[in-house]
Design a protein around this ligand. Structure first.
Ligand code: NAI
Length: 254
């Protein structure tokens, strides 16, 4: 079986992804800042907003990694610098540090969001974010006035994550290592209420046009599929899974 690293394995989409990957015969290495044992035999507690902690984690993880599911994330109600650190800068730091421990052909899946689809309008700030270290998230947020008013820090973290994934379509090409994002619409997990709180009327309108919010079980099989060898020609792209929400927004013909 494959060795798969799953961040955010203690809750929601990460917990379900760890469960599905285990059921498919993988050895799952779970990472989270809080611990829950369900479905994950090998667990590393780590705060993915802190550079030194991530470096220690990279050292502690074994060689021979076949998959990395970057699912840990903070909602828009968390402090802006923490949102940027966990959802973007820490994720990049961990991923780049783990490349040397990955097998050829490894697959990386990043959990983005429908909130990241506006990345093309944020290119100057995304460019400015490129070399920023995870421990400099607060300075970056201040310099670029990215607060969590209106969920901006969250939106930016996902915009920059999608852009980074697309930009790196060929980076590890000679080793067959590929990276994609999955972008859910609203998913019923403990942080759904944080989105509703932040987005207010807009989130209510989104909820109205949907049949139902997603569940972790809607997302985990898609992530597992992208981690598998069935998808080696899917590379450097963003895959929405949102009950039709993004097409509804983009079509605007209703
Ligand atoms: P969740 O809150 O159930 O799970 C997130 C996990 O990340 C938690 O276990 C949490 O402890 C962990 N985490 C947070 N900060 C951390 C840190 N500093 N270090 C290590 N782990 C940390 O939320 P959910 O919904 O499962 O979210 C998973 C991903 O899906 C996130 O990246 C989120 O942005 C994304 N997403 C969620 C949507 C939703 O509506 N629930 C919609 C679109 C994207």
């Amino acid at each position: 079986g494959k060795t798969i690293v799953v961040t955010g394995s203690a809750s929601g989409i990460g917990l379900e992804t760890a469960r599905v990957c285990t059921a498919m015969g993988a050895r799952v290495l779970g990472i989270d800042v809080t611990k829950r044992f369900d479905h994950v035999e090998e667990f590393y507690r780590a705060d993915l907003s802190d550079g030194a902690t991530i470096d220690a984690l990279i050292d502690a993880l074994p060689d021979g990694i076949d998959g990395l599911a970057n699912i840990a994330g903070l909602p828009p109600t968390a402090p802006a610098d923490k949102v940027l650190a966990v959802n973007l800068f820490g994720l990049k730091h961990l991923t780049q540090g783990l490349i040397a421990k990955m097998n050829d052909g490894a697959s990386i899946v990043n959990l983005a969001s429908l909130a990241g689809f506006g990345w093309a309008d944020a290119i100057p700030a995304i460019r400015a974010s490129e070399g920023v270290h995870v421990d400099d998230a607060a300075r970056f947020a201040e310099a670029h006035q990215i607060s969590n008013a209106g969920g901006r820090s969250y939106f930016f973290s996902k915009e920059a994550l999608i852009a980074w994934t697309l930009q790196n379509r060929w980076t590890w090409r000679e080793r067959g290592i590929r990276m994609n994002t999955v972008s859910p619409g609203p998913v019923d997990t403990p942080i759904l209420g944080d989105f509703l709180e932040t987005l207010g009327a807009r989130a209510e309108e989104d909820a109205r046009i949907m049949d139902r919010p997603g569940t972790p079980a809607d997302l985990a099989p898609i992530i597992a599929f992208l981690l598998s060898d069935m998808t080696t020609w899917i590379r450097g792209t963003n895959i929405p899974a949102d009950g039709g929400m993004s097409s509804n927004i983009l079509c605007d013909m209703h």
